[in-house]
Design a protein around this ligand. Structure first.
Ligand code: AMP
Length: 594
């Protein structure tokens, strides 16, 4: 299978052509356009059979460059492709795997632009141009964030107000394709499956991040909501106290966009040394420039802190892998970062570190003889990894399709008006304390005690408005506390359900209606129509975004006028999957193609 891979930035386009057929992998062509100015740009290319070239070509901008790619490929003897893979920086919580880029997914990806304002628009511009150029060829997005969607909630959750978290504020992590590739390459060199290893991958390029890969799965990484958090980078600050926003606004009168732009574009090595390039910093430091010397120390110290932290987070480390322009090329930076980590078994062989040759995808080991932790350096091959993932995605039937937000329902009670009055007094009505996402529904001020023969729950929230029949929704664990067996039922299906006692401030009632709610998706008719689903249909929902990753079978679609499309599970189900608020579920299963 011949796959063309695009990695489009705002001012450059790198692309590669891969042949991934029959277990073999060939990087047929490597090329890039950059330095667009005066109606032209630089083109640099090489093929795996030894041809190549470089020079100015009359292509004024990225659009012209992409439009020129088919002709350029044909000139080099490549006159067909099977698929195009695009590197996309931010896939949010919804894109856990490569996704076909089409009229459904593209608006979802566009909606993520605020999370990666520098990167996603450039990626998407290339997608639009490539779709126009090859309308018949399938195009896939491979997301830098997907690899990190296995991070546990305690690594992805910021300790900020709930309403911010509900608005999407969480840690994601980037460079996932690179971290995954180099970790797999390190495992190959070590000769053990990645899922038996604890690896810390350091991608030190213009952008930079460290990733803890615990037995094959990303556990944490130094970038967060955006690619700003973490290490010192070429022009990005990495970690900064968020208090800086208030301080700079008060002291320097800077606006939020001004501060943000400076953190992205005028910080990092550029701010500390005047140049974003580590080579300049190293040259200036060697010539006695104190600012450049300090910048190098800050850079190494920050990286070393993250390595120590991630060894602690995983409870061990078998290998540290360096990649990216700095990780691959700067022996002195590798040494500075590793020096001081001897206490945890990291000792470099300085000769090996100084004589690294990465030709032919070599991944040399740099640790001293007998050192407990391996230190490996290798070129990253994000384009190859993208080609691999596109090939895998095309070989599989489309599985991951539609995403829905997942809400976790704690135990609660719906009351009939007669029971409201029996529990809270004659003439009482439910009063709203907070709105629920399903239109017209609310959490009431009123709470009741639910009592069974074995135990009781106090302060159980009543949800409004009132219903024709009282219904008490608990988890399976709750039924053991109460000492009453309850059936799994859809809301409203209450005939033959067990009786339970409800106690309010003005009285008590014995009522049937105790159920464990069958998991379900409230679905707006427009979404159902768009996705081809019918009321009552059962689907599988994969929640990979947080926690342990779990797939829920037999999830019932409930189509309701004006519904806010959302899946509801109970606390047992959420705990089983380690699912927290803000998770997304992907509907999977036969027939659920976009
Ligand atoms: P990347 O984004 O992976 O291409 O990495 C770019 C960064 O690698 C640039 O900031 C350079 O500073 C750095 N780099 C490339 N070659 C060297 C080298 N020989 N020594 C130090 N840094 C280098």
């Amino acid at each position: 299978m011949r796959i063309l891979v695009f990695n489009a930035g705002s001012s450059s386009l790198k692309f590669g052509l891969f042949d991934t057929g029959n277990g073999a992998e060939r990087h047929l062509l490597k090329a890039g356009y950059d330095r667009f100015r005066d109606g032209g740009c630089d083109l640099r290319w090489s093929t795996d059979d030894g041809r190549g070239g470089q020079g100015r070509v009359p292509l004024a901008d990225l659009g012209a460059a992409i439009a020129a790619v088919p002709g350029f490929l044909a000139e080099q003897g490549f006159d067909w492709i099977d698929a195009v893979g695009h590197r996309i920086a931010h896939g949010g919580a919804g894109f856990a795997a490569p996704a076909p880029l089409d009229d459904t997914t593209l608006p979802e990806i566009e909606a993520l632009t605020p999370l990666a304002p520098l990167h996603n628009p450039a990626n998407l511009a290339a997608v639009a141009l490539a779709r126009a150029t090859w309308p018949e060829v399938p195009q896939y997005g491979v997301f830098d964030t997907s690899f990190h969607l296995t991070n546990p909630a305690f690594a992805t959750t910021y300790a900020v107000p709930e309403v911010w978290r509900q608005a999407g504020l969480r840690r994601f992590g980037f460079h996932g394709t690179s971290h995954k590739y180099v970790a797999l390459r390190a495992a190959e060199v070590i000769g053990q499956p990645l899922d038996r290893l604890q690896v810390i991958s350091c991608h030190l390029g213009n952008g930079a991040s460290v990733c803890a890969i615990n037995r094959g799965r990303s556990m944490d990484s130094s970038m967060g909501l955006t690619p700003l958090e973490g290490l010192v980078m070429g022009t990005r600050s990495g970690d900064v106290d968020p208090g800086a926003f208030g301080y700079l606004s008060r002291e320097l009168g800077l606006s939020i966009p001004q501060i943000e732009a400076a953190l992205y574009n005028d910080s990092g090595l550029k701010a500390l040394t005047g140049s974003p390039d580590m080579r300049d910093a190293e040259d200036r430091a060697a010539a006695g420039d104190a600012a450049a010397q300090l910048a190098i120390e800050i850079y190494a110290y920050r990286a070393r802190k993250y390595i120590g932290a991630y060894a602690a987070a995983m409870g061990g480390v078998d290998a540290i892998v360096f990649t990216g322009g700095i990780g691959e090329n700067s022996a002195s930076m590798r040494r500075r970062i590793c020096d001081g980590l001897e206490f945890m078994g990291v000792t470099l062989d300085h000769d090996r570190n100084a004589r690294v040759d990465l030709a032919d995808r070599a991944a040399p080991e740099l640790q001293a003889w007998g050192a407990r932790v391996r230190v490996i350096v290798t070129e990253t091959a994000e384009q190859l990894q993208i080609a691999r993932e596109v090939a895998q995605a095309m070989a599989q039937p489309v599985r991951v399709a539609l995403t829905v937000p997942v809400a976790v329902s704690a135990r609660h009670v719906h009351l009939s008006q007669a029971h409201v009055e029996a529990l809270f007094g004659p003439g009482a009505t439910l009063t709203a304390e907070f709105p629920l996402r399903q239109p017209g529904n609310f959490g009431a001020h009123q709470k009741v005690t639910v009592e069974g023969p074995k135990g009781r729950f106090e302060n159980v929230r009543v949800l409004g408005p009132t219903r024709g029949r009282t219904q008490i929704e608990v988890s399976r664990t709750d039924t053991f506390v109460l000492g009453i067996d309850a059936p799994v039922r859809l809301s409203g299906d209450l005939d033959g359900t067990p009786r339970v006692r409800l106690v309010g401030p003005a009285g008590q009632v014995e009522t049937d209606g105790l159920i464990i709610a069958a998991r379900h998706i409230h679905m707006h008719p427009d979404d159902a129509a768009r996705w081809g689903l019918t009321d009552g249909q059962e689907v599988e929902v994969e929640v990979a975004g947080t926690g342990r990753g779990i797939t829920f079978a037999h999830t019932v679609v409930r189509i309701q006028k004006d519904a806010f499309t959302e899946m509801h599970i109970d606390t047992d189900e959420a705990n089983a999957g380690g699912i927290v608020a803000g998770a997304d579920g992907a509907l999977v299963g036969p027939g659920l193609c976009r």
